[in-house]
Design a protein around this ligand. Structure first.
Ligand SMILES: CC(C)(COP(=O)(O)OP(=O)(O)OC[C@H]1O[C@@H](n2cnc3c(N)ncnc32)[C@H](O)[C@@H]1OP(=O)(O)O)[C@@H](O)C(=O)NCCC(=O)NCCS
Length: 351
C-alpha cells in the first residue's frame, strides 16, 4: 500500500488508540522461532534501567520471539509475544525490516499492550526487544505511527522517539459534493492540456510517460524522515496496479497530458473497494514541477471524484492523507470539500 496523495511516505500500519484489533495482533497459533537465538527471553540481566521496580507485571512478563509468515518481496517481519506468569498473552510487537538497499536502514514498529495491562512497563519491555533486534539487523532508524493524543503518542514521546512528520487525514463525503461546482471545475479550460483516464494497469501507449511522471513525487514533503530515492520503472508501475487488481479492488487513474508532446505531466490514483461500497482511498497525486500553478491537481482530482461518483454510486466517501507541511495538496483538497478527520504522528528513534 502507498500513502494517499503522498506515496513516498512509507505507511507504518497504525494501531487504533483504543486497540479494537488487539486479539488479531497476537498470532492465533504462535510458532516458536527456530534459530540460533533463544526462543523465549525471561527477564534477566538485559532489563533496561528505565523499567522501575514498581512495574510488577513487566517483571513477571516473558517475551517470546515468534515466527511470522509475512514475507514480502521487499520486506519481512519479526514478531514477539508478551505473556504473564500464567502464560496469558498481554502484548505483542512486530518489526518490519526492508530488503531494498535504499530503505535497509529503516525499520517499522507495531506495538500493542492489552488495555487492561497497560502502564506496567510491558510496552517498554517489548520495545527494548524490538530495538535490539532492529540493531542486530542493521537498521538505524525505528519508525512508529500513533494518533495524536493517543496512549501510543504519549508512550513513544516518553521512550525517546521524536516526531519525524505529522500526517493529516481527510475525507470527502460524496453525498456533500455539489455536482454543479464539480462539473465547473472539470469543464474549465486548461489550455495546452487534456485529461485521459484508465482503469487497472496503465495502457501501453501511456506506460513509460506515466512511469516517468511519478518523479513528480520526489519533492513531496517527507518531514524529518529520509526515505531515500524512490525509483520507478515500467515493471514496477504495472506490478503495483496488478496487485490492486488481484485484491479485487478497482484502480482508477486520471492523468493530465501536455498537448505539445503527448507526455503525462500529472496524475491522480484512486482505489475503490471491491464491492464499490464504503470509502475509497486516494493513492498518489502529483504534477511535474514545470506544470504546477495551472490548476492541474484540482482538475485531476475533480475528474477523479466525478468518475468515482458515476461508476460507484454506493461509495460513501474518499479518503486521503498528506504530510501537514504539504500546503499545496492540503489547499487543493480543502477547496474541493475534504474535511480533516484526524492527525497521526510518525515518530522516529535513531538506534
Ligand atoms: C503504547 C502502548 C504499547 C504502551 O504500552 P504500556 O505497556 O502501557 O507502556 P509502558 O507501561 O511501558 O509505558 C512506559 C511509559 O510511557 C508513557 N505512557 C504510556 N502510556 C501512556 C498514556 N496512556 N498516557 C501518558 N503516558 C503514557 C508513560 O511515561 C509510561 O511510564 P509511566 O507509566 O511510569 O508513567 C499501549 O498503550 C498500546 O498498546 N497502545 C495502542 C497501540 C499503540 O499506540 N502502539 C504504539 C505505536 S506502534
Amino acid at each position: 500500500m502507498v500513502t494517499a496523495d503522498c506515496p513516498r511516505v512509507i505507511p507504518v500500519p497504525l494501531i487504533h488508540p483504543e486497540l479494537p484489533s488487539w486479539p488479531a495482533m497476537v498470532p492465533q497459533h504462535p510458532t516458536r522461532h527456530v534459530g540460533s537465538r533463544a526462543a523465549t527471553r525471561p527477564l534477566g540481566s538485559q532489563l533496561p534501567g528505565w523499567i522501575g521496580v514498581g512495574y510488577l507485571a513487566a517483571l513477571s512478563t516473558t517475551i517470546t520471539a515468534l515466527a511470522d509468515p509475512d514475507y514480502r518481496p521487499f520486506s519481512r517481519r519479526l514478531a514477539w509475544l508478551a505473556s504473564d506468569a500464567d502464560g496469558n498473552p498481554s502484548g505483542s510487537a512486530y518489526l518490519t525490516l526492508h530488503n531494498k538497499p535504499s530503505q535497509a536502514d529503516l525499520a517499522e514498529l507495531e506495538l500493542a499492550v492489552h488495555p487492561a495491562e497497560r502502564r506496567q512497563g510491558i510496552g517498554s519491555r517489548l520495545l527494548a526487544e524490538v530495538a535490539d533486534a532492529a540493531r542486530a539487523n542493521e537498521a538505524r532508524v525505528l519508525l512508529a505511527d500513533a494518533r495524536v493524543g493517543s496512549p501510543g503518542d504519549h508512550f513513544l514521546a516518553q521512550r525517546g522517539f521524536t516526531v519525524g512528520l505529522t500526517l493529516v487525514f481527510t475525507r470527502l463525503p460524496l453525498a456533500e459534493v455539489d455536482s454543479a461546482v464539480l462539473a465547473a471545475v472539470v469543464e474549465a479550460e486548461h489550455p495546452g492540456y487534456r485529461l485521459v483516464s484508465w482503469r487497472g494497469v496503465v495502457p501501453d501507449e501511456f506506460g513509460q510517460t506515466f512511469t516517468d511522471a511519478r518523479s513528480a513525487m520526489d519533492d513531496a514533503p517527507v518531514g524529518e524522515i529520509d526515505y531515500g530515492p524512490d525509483v520507478w520503472d515500467l515493471d514496477r508501475t504495472k506490478a503495483a496496479a496488478l496487485r490492486i487488481e488481484q485484491r479485487g479492488e478497482h484502480l482508477m487513474t486520471i492523468a493530465a497530458v501536455d498537448d505539445a508532446n503527448g507526455r503525462i505531466v500529472g496524475f491522480t490514483e484512486l482505489v475503490v473497494p471491491a464491492d464499490g461500497k464504503g470509502d475509497a482511498q486516494h493513492f498518489g497525486t502529483a504534477v511535474l514541477k514545470d506544470h504546477r500553478g495551472h490548476g492541474l491537481a484540482r482538475w485531476l482530482k475533480a475528474e477523479s471524484i466525478r468518475q468515482a461518483h458515476d461508476r460507484f454510486p454506493d461509495l460513501g466517501g474518499l479518503l486521503t492523507d498528506m504530510v501537514d507541511t504539504n500546503t499545496a495538496m492540503r489547499h487543493v483538497n480543502t477547496s474541493i470539500g475534504y474535511h480533516p478527520t484526524h492527525e497521526t504522528r510518525r515518530y522516529k528513534l535513531t538506534l
